[in-house]
Design a protein around this ligand. Structure first.
Ligand code: C2E
Ligand code: MG
Ligand code: MG
Ligand code: MG
Length: 291
């Protein structure tokens, strides 16, 4: 809400300032309220991670999961990330929040490996703001060391926006991350404005096809884009994951075109820890007949 309020405030522009002033004050107050709530949310342990399975299309097995942040607000209930990630970015609060996400996700993945559910990969979203933190590589190394999670089990999701600014710096940083032994994914692939040329220079392991292409897969252009991204990934020796797979038709199309993994409501939404454990224990498969 705060994001939308700010967006509207900006859009209204100077001419409307007088007329909208009372509203803008309200909006500014609302924003401040959320910001200060966000500030104390970590201390009050109001954040929680849900985990969405990533499934191998061929074997039908769960091979990993993406950690997705939720805010369990005392009054607002479960708050989805789109309502607060933007503000967390702007205020820099995403840095301590992101550090908590990384540590919690890695510790959880380690528990699941110890329980015999492996091999599993844990994907964690990193915001652009976290990438400009000088401590990033050291703090990821520390989390891996302290949780004992094998680095190869950690998959860091980046967005294309990262490559739009200082390319040289980004390349250097990604190589340092690769030296830790983690996997690197491009999230929401196809929605950014960057050119494909960066793919040659960046040590990337995975392309995640954005959900918007998958939901419109029945339309010719989107189908062509999906097939092209899969081919591009495979030609560059990258794995490819389709996000937001909701129907058997979409899955079938992706399987026929050689997509490696899927993630989406068709198999499962993001789940709280206990529910994810049930899914792992049951050994749930994408192809029940083969289970
Ligand atoms: P994302 O990283 O692209 O994550 C995928 C989003 O798509 C998740 O939304 C997931 O619940 C949703 N999704 C998965 N399958 C389906 C499907 O079949 N249909 C539809 N309609 N949606 C599906 P969520 O959890 O609301 O997260 C939204 C975004 O918030 C994420 O997009 C990511 O950009 C950001 N985010 C979430 N957690 C974190 C975090 O810990 N740190 C940072 N920096 N960003 C995060
Ligand atoms: Mg993601
Ligand atoms: Mg995505
Ligand atoms: Mg997204």
């Amino acid at each position: 809400h705060a994001d939308i309020a700010m967006y509207r405030a900006k859009k209204l522009g100077r001419n409307n300032t007088q007329f909208y002033e009372p509203t803008m004050n309200e909006e500014a107050r609302e924003r401040l309220r959320i910001e200060s709530a966000l500030r104390s949310a970590l201390e009050r342990q109001e954040f929680v991670l849900h985990y969405q399975p990533q499934v191998d299309v061929q074997s039908g097995r769960v091979v990993g999961m993406e950690a997705l942040l939720r805010w369990q607000h005392p009054e607002l209930g479960m708050v989805a990330p789109h309502r607060f990630i933007g503000l967390a970015e702007e205020t820099g609060l995403i840095v301590p929040i992101g550090a908590w996400v990384l540590r919690t996700a890695c510790a959880q993945a380690r528990l699941w490996l110890d329980a015999g559910h492996g091999p599993l990969r844990i994907a964690v979203n990193l915001s652009p703001r976290q990438f400009s933190e000088p401590q990033l590589v050291a703090s990821i190394a520390a989390v891996l060391r302290e949780t004992g999670l094998p680095p190869a089990c950690l998959d860091i999701e980046l967005t294309e926006g990262l490559f739009m600014h200082d390319v040289t710096q980004a390349v250097g940083l990604l190589h340092k991350l690769k030296l830790l032994g983690v996997a690197l994914s491009i999230d929401d692939f196809g929605t950014g404005y960057s050119s494909f040329s960066y793919l040659r220079h960046f040590p990337i392991d995975v392309l995640k096809i954005d959900r918007s292409f998958i939901s419109d897969i029945h339309e010719g252009d989107e189908a062509a884009i999906v097939v092209s991204i899969i081919a591009l990934a495979h030609n560059l020796k990258l794995r490819v994951i389709a996000e937001g797979v909701e129907t058997a038709t979409q899955l079938d199309y992706l399987r026929r075109h050689g997509c490696d993994e899927i993630q989406g409501y068709y198999f499962s939404p993001a789940l709280p820890v206990a529910d994810f454990e049930v899914l792992l224990s049951q050994g749930r498969s994408l192809h029940p007949a083969l289970a």
